[in-house]
Design a protein around this ligand. Structure first.
Ligand code: CA
Length: 223
């Protein structure tokens, strides 16, 4: 995944770029709005500081969004409410407030990247074998037949389906679908997984990885 980091403060730009590279991203780092607009082509996501020396960050965001579908996460100064609203209005997908940690920014990048894989018709569809999830409308079909899921069931399935075959820990699933500060019983998760298996009609698709969590197996052509 290629990330364009736009930040004029070298004290943030240099260590942040290094952290992102360590986290497995390919990073292009620039220090101005003009350089950002030149470098944006072909990147998968933009991390955009608002306070740039040449072009205002919201204007940079607007131009990036006008020219293509690349997601933008704004890096904003603490407590800057007006900027926050302006940025979301001008097409940013998310924002982080300085100061932030690498874990936080990486989580935001992954969340935004997951959300914004548009299909040809502009919707956000995940298809695995006979299973089809629309992340925008939350409609799930199996071999063309609708499957009625609760919002949490959808969340669990969508999270697993975003990376089929990859084991997700209970903590990852709970923090993604419930709340990042979920400290309740993880039995809640088992109840939802059991219900999902029942509704999908194929208990084997969501594999329990004992002591770790769950993964979505190859769904194949249907139950
Ligand atoms: Ca700045």
């Amino acid at each position: 995944m290629r990330i364009l980091l736009v930040e004029d403060d070298a004290g943030i730009r240099v260590p942040l770029a290094a952290s992102l590279v360590r986290s497995g991203f390919e990073v292009t780092a620039v220090d101005s709005g003009a350089a950002a607009l030149e470098a944006v082509e072909g990147v998968d996501l933009v991390l955009l500081d608002l306070g740039l020396p040449d072009i205002d960050g919201s204007e940079v965001c607007r131009r990036i969004r006008r020219d293509g579908a690349v997601p933008v996460i704004v890096i904003s100064a603490r407590g800057d409410e007006i900027d926050r609203v302006t940025m979301l209005d001008s097409g940013a997908d998310d924002y982080v407030v300085k100061p932030f940690g690498t874990r936080e920014i990486v989580a935001r990048i992954r969340a935004v990247a997951r959300r914004s894989v548009p299909s040809d018709d502009g919707s956000e569809i995940v298809e695995i074998g006979a299973l089809r999830l629309d992340n925008r409308s939350h409609v799930v079909t199996l071999s063309g037949q609708p499957v009625e899921l609760t919002p949490k069931e959808f969340g669990v399935l969508a999270f697993l389906a975003a990376d089929p075959g990859r084991v997700r820990t209970r903590e990852e699933i709970l923090s993604e679908v419930w709340d990042e500060h979920w400290w309740g019983p993880t039995k809640t998760l088992d109840v939802h997984v059991a219900s999902l298996r029942r509704k999908l009609g194929a208990p084997g698709w969501i594999i329990t990885v004992r002591g770790v969590g769950f993964r979505l197996d190859d769904v194949g052509d249907g139950p």
